[in-house]
Each structure stands twice: as structure tokens, then as C-alpha cells.
Design a protein around this ligand. Structure first.
Ligand SMILES: [Zn+2]
Length: 280
């Protein structure tokens, strides 16, 4: 029964595919970093290392989303924690969470309306990445196939928050399950990279700016110290896949000379111009 359902889902996601509209080869690519929340992890050693590699104690991490414009087309990469947390302090058990401004408010500051966001790309199914996706119901959703299958499974997995993707799972929005790497605009400038392990369908994002390539990690890494330790959080879905994904990502970053931006690392905010300025 489960196999049948998965096969049906795969068929639907294939039939829902749209012919890619290539961006102009000479189109300019711009990248904005958006603030999508902050967390204080209560015990980051226990939370983030399955070999207890770090000193016990709290750790501050950030939550980043990114707006990418390729020619006149907009992609939002990750959607942070839920807008309902704005202006509050929320105790989520493992962490204290805060949200200063919503994505829609930040887009408003640069004159971008939610309807202009053509594509919402999601690195993986965790709630701190799908939180505000439903504010863009007309956008095409791009997400790893295994993550979308987990989110849209019936009965719903109580550990996930599929209601955050209701416009696509329930209301017929355009969703595209991504298997392997995916060239978002069909011109090689923005590519979702298949890097499973944190979740089964986890992806990072390669953005080729005129100034050089940038790699947005998704949650392959959460903070700088993890890179040297090759630390694997206990909640990752597959340890071996995580290590293989780290190996691929590190080699690619070196080979193409990419600027690596760890999405949850507060120190990496300064690697990109401060909002509303763009990297180009
Ligand atoms: Zn995360």
C-alpha cells in the first residue's frame, strides 16, 4: 500500500512538472540575505554532536533565508521559522526562538511583492526552513523528493509540520519534487545540490554570481566548528550519507573556489552584504 502511494506521488510530481523557462544567458544574478530568526540552543553538545565533540552549554545560532534574482525572476531559498513567532520569545524545548521581521516585511523593504516570488526552494523539511512558505502560495515549490514524500504522507507524521506547506500539499499549488541536483532556472546559475543525510532529501544551493560562486549550506553544516569536526547531529536521518555529502560539498567548494555560507552560523552573516544590499 505504501509503495503504491509513493508510486502515485512520484507520478503526480512528474506530471506536475512545468517546462523550464530558461533565464537569459547574460542575466544578472543578485543575492540578498534575509533574517529568518535566531535560536539559543540550550545544550548544543548533546543537540548537535552524536560523538559529544563540543563543550556542553548554550549556543546562539541564526536562521537565514535568501532571495535570489536571476534577470527578472525571483527564487526564495528557505523560509525560516513561523511568522507567528514574530516579536515573541518561544521556548521550543531544545531552543529558545525569536523572530524579528517576517520575510514578507523584509521583501516589502526592497519593493518585492510576495506574488513576484516565482519559486520557493526548500533545503529540507525541518520547521525552521518551511516556517513562512505558505506566505507564497502562488510560487512553485522545489523540495527534495524524499522530504516532500515525508511531508505529504498520510497519515501525517506528527514530528513534521506539513500544515506549513498546505498550499502545495492540500490546495493544489505547483510542487516539484527534486531528485538529484536541479538547475533552477535552466541556465546553470542557480543549482540545488543533492546532499542527503541531514534529511533524506536535503539540498544545498549553488549560486553563481558575477563576483564568484556562493554555496549556501542548507543544514549540511550548522556552524563553523562543525566543519573541522565533521560533526553529525544525532537527529540526522543518515550518518553515512551526511559524511558523504560533507565530502562532496567540501571538494566542490574547493574546486570552484566558492564562498561557503553556513545558513545558521551568525559569523557567516557578514560574508554577504548587509540587507538590503545585495551580493552580485
Ligand atoms: Zn535548520
Amino acid at each position: 500500500m505504501k509503495t503504491l502511494f509513493l508510486a502515485a506521488t512520484a507520478f503526480l510530481s512528474l506530471t506536475a512538472m512545468q517546462a523550464p523557462q530558461p533565464a537569459k544567458a547574460d542575466s544578472k544574478v543578485s543575492l540578498w540575505r534575509l533574517d529568518c530568526g535566531t535560536f539559543t540552543i540550550k545544550d548544543y553538545n548533546a543537540f548537535f554532536s552524536d560523538t559529544l565533540a563540543y563543550k556542553p552549554g548554550p549556543k546562539e545560532i541564526t536562521d537565514s533565508c535568501y532571495l535570489i534574482r536571476n534577470g527578472g525572476r525571483y527564487l526564495l531559498w528557505d523560509t525560516g521559522i513561523g511568522a507567528e513567532m514574530q516579536g515573541k520569545t518561544t521556548d521550543a524545548g531544545f531552543a529558545i526562538m525569536k523572530l524579528n521581521k517576517t520575510i514578507v516585511q523584509q521583501l516589502g523593504e526592497i519593493g518585492v511583492k510576495p506574488e513576484q516570488v516565482e519559486i520557493v526552494g526548500i533545503s529540507h523539511f525541518h520547521s525552521d526552513h518551511i516556517g513562512q512558505a505558505a506566505a507564497f502560495p502562488k510560487a512553485t515549490l522545489l523540495i527534495g523528493a524524499d522530504d516532500y514524500a515525508a511531508l505529504s504522507a498520510k497519515p501525517a507524521n506528527p514530528q513534521l509540520e506539513p500544515a506549513r506547506l498546505k498550499p502545495w500539499i492540500e490546495d493544489g499549488g505547483k510542487a516539484r519534487s527534486v531528485s538529484g541536483d536541479h538547475d533552477v532556472f535552466g541556465d546553470g546559475k542557480v543549482v540545488m545540490l543533492n546532499l542527503p543525510g541531514h534529511t533524506p532529501g536535503h539540498h544545498a544551493l549553488l549560486v553563481r554570481l558575477a563576483s564568484g560562486p556562493v554555496l549556501l549550506t542548507g543544514d549540511l553544516y550548522h556552524f563553523t566548528e562543525q566543519v573541522a569536526h565533521k560533526g553529525v547531529p544525532p537527529f540526522n536521518t543518515n550518518r553515512a550519507d551526511t559524511l558523504a555529502s560533507m565530502d562532496r560539498f567540501d571538494k566542490m567548494a574547493k574546486n570552484i573556489g566558492a564562498k561557503v555560507v553556513i545558513q545558521h552560523e551568525p559569523a557567516d552573516i557578514a560574508k554577504l552584504p548587509a540587507f538590503p544590499a545585495t551580493a552580485e
